[in-house]
Structures are given as structure tokens and as C-alpha cells.
Ligand binder design. Structure first.
Ligand code: NCD
Length: 306
């Protein structure tokens, strides 16, 4: 079994995984976090794109469960000497790894790797396609705060066009019964995402009216083509999440951001630091718990007692 997109998994699998992640969270809150569940297993973190949260949390997740984890980065590897991705992957497999976690700038790479590798492949973000563990940790964070996901309205604000996070969030939240609003400049809104459960808004005030959750997306400067957004200043004026804009949403609105943040562009510092509304650091903690649950589920092991 692999994890390429949340749609690979059934609703029951998703819910079981979220429950397991809550048990894992109890484990990482213990004074001694390490459990021997995946002792004797080895995981490779193969990252061809920059990452802070995802890479480190997969590494810690593996280590907290007792696995050996190696980190492989595109730069500094034999890829720079001309080795193909395929030869790199075969080489890693020959080292008898039990799972490969992969992030790549090209959409579809984890899928191709999964077709060729015997061990489970976990997608840690591919191009603008999917980021399933981010979708899971976002759903977990909301479910934890509200006690449920069904019936909530989640606004995803910003650069939806380039966002694999948005795609995985839509999959996760819709599957658990939430409604989605995509809010942002029309030039950053892909076509084809609208559905019975997903509505599109260009105006921030309309899009945030009465929502329960706001997931703010980073402006993906590295993936922009010229002219897709006005200046960053103008972007902030029209779509940046300020404290004033929070008033358009439900009084108990929860603010999420997958990170890394461009403070003062898509989100203001005061909103990030807001102790009532911001769940940004909860997302980070839940990211470790979710990745422990995913590794446990895919590599197997003995029971975990929370
Ligand atoms: C996201 C990613 O890489 O897709 N970051 C993350 O994993 N937390 C979002 C982003 O880069 O904007």
C-alpha cells in the first residue's frame, strides 16, 4: 500500500488513520517519546525540493517509532553527477529500505516510483498535485478543535493554482463532510475544481463570510509566471489575512497555514500569533503525529499503546 493521494484511501481508512494519529500525539507528549514499534525498519526521506516541516517531521516520526531514517537530498547526491532518478531509486531499494518518502517538484514522480518500487511510497508533495499528509494534518487539526468536520465551511485562501496543499485539503475535508470555498485572484484559481462541495470566490469578504476555518496558502513565488498576481503589496491589500478580515468569519474561526509563511503578504503577523484563532503550531505538532500514523500503517509493526 502506498500514499500518493488521499483519494487512494477509503473513508474508513482516513478516519482510522486520524484516530491513530491522535494516539500517536499522546505518545509524543510523553516525557520519553521513543517507542519500539518500528524497530528494525528503515525509512528513506528522499527530498528533491526544499522543506522544513515535512522533512523534519517525517524524520522525527520515524525515529520516535524506533525506525532508522536516512535523509537523501537531490543536491549533494549522485543526481548531480548525472544519475537518473530511476537509478537512484533502484539503488535505494537495494539497501533494503522498508518505505520511501518522496518530495519532488514534478507532479507524478511519487506515482511513478510507487509503480516501480516494491516497498511503500509516501508522497511528501509532488509539484502542484498532492500533499496527502498535509491534508491529513489539516483535517486532524480541525477535527480536534471542533470535535467534528462534517457541516463546517473551510475557506482556502490564496494561490490555489500552484497549491498541492489545496488539492489534498479539498479531498480530505470534502470526504469528511465539510464544504470548501476557494478564495483568491482569478488568475490563481484553476478551472475544474468547482463542484457541489467546492465554491469559488474572488472577493475576500464574500469568501470569508461566516466560515469556520481559514486555511491561508503561501504565495508560491517559485512557481509564479509573470503577471499572475499584482504586486505583493496589492495582493496583501486584497487577499491578505488581517485581523480585521477575521471579523467576517465565525467568531470562533480557526486559522491555519501550512507554512512556510510570507508574513505581511498572505497573512499578518498578528493573525499568526493570535492565541485564540491561530492553530499554526498545532498543525506542526499534528504533522508529526500524522506521519507516525502513516508510517505505522504502511510499514506495520507491533501495537502502539497510547
Ligand atoms: C507546503 C508545500 O511544500 O507544499 N509546505 C509544507 O509542506 N508545509 C506549502 C508551501 O510550500 O507553500
Amino acid at each position: 500500500m502506498d500514499l500518493i493521494s488521499l483519494n487512494d484511501w477509503s473513508d474508513d481508512d482516513l478516519i482510522a488513520l486520524l484516530d491513530l494519529a491522535s494516539a500517536m500525539k499522546a505518545v509524543i507528549r510523553r516525557p520519553i517519546k521513543k517507542v519500539p514499534t518500528l524497530r528494525g525498519k528503515a525509512v528513506a526521506n528522499v527530498f528533491f525540493e526544499a522543506s522544513t516541516r515535512t522533512r523534519n517531521s517525517f524524520e522525527l516520526a520515524g525515529k520516535y517509532l524506533g525506525a532508522d531514517v536516512i535523509n537523501f537530498q537531490g543536491s549533494g547526491s549522485s543526481i548531480e553527477k548525472g544519475e537518473t532518478l530511476w537509478d537512484t531509486v533502484r539503488t535505494l531499494q537495494a539497501m533494503r529500505l522498508d518505505a520511501v518518502v518522496v518530495r519532488h517538484g514534478a507532479s507524478g514522480v511519487p506515482q511513478v516510483m510507487a509503480e516501480h518500487l516494491e516497498v511503500p511510497v509516501i508522497n511528501a508533495g509532488d509539484g502542484t498535485h498532492h500533499h496527502p499528509t498535509q491534508g491529513l494534518l489539516d483535517v486532524m487539526t480541525v477535527r480536534e478543535r471542533f470535535g467534528h468536520v462534517e457541516g463546517l465551511t473551510v475557506a482556502i485562501v490564496g494561490d490555489v493554482l500552484h497549491s498541492r496543499v489545496a488539492r489534498s485539503d479539498i479531498e480530505g475535508f470534502v470526504r469528511l463532510g465539510a464544504k470548501i470555498r476557494l478564495v483568491g485572484p482569478p488568475s490563481l484559481m484553476p478551472s475544474g475544481l468547482e463542484s457541489q462541495h467546492v465554491a469559488v470566490y474572488a472577493d475576500l469578504k464574500d469568501g470569508l463570510a461566516g466560515v469556520d476555518v481559514i486555511q491561508v496558502l503561501r504565495i508560491q513565488k517559485e512557481r509564479q509566471q509573470s503577471g499572475q498576481i499584482p504586486s505583493l503589496r496589492e495582493y496583501h491589500d486584497r487577499w491578505g489575512l488581517t485581523q480585521a478580515a477575521l471579523h467576517w468569519a465565525q467568531p470562533k474561526v480557526l486559522v491555519l497555514h501550512p507554512g512556510p509563511q510570507n508574513r505581511g503578504v498572505e497573512i499578518d503577523s498578528q493573525v499568526m500569533e493570535d492565541p485564540v484563532h491561530s492553530a499554526i503550531l498545532d498543525q506542526v505538532e499534528n504533522g508529526v503525529a500524522v506521519r507516525m500514523a502513516v508510517l505505522y500503517r504502511l510499514i506495520g509493526g507491533e501495537g502502539v499503546s497510547a
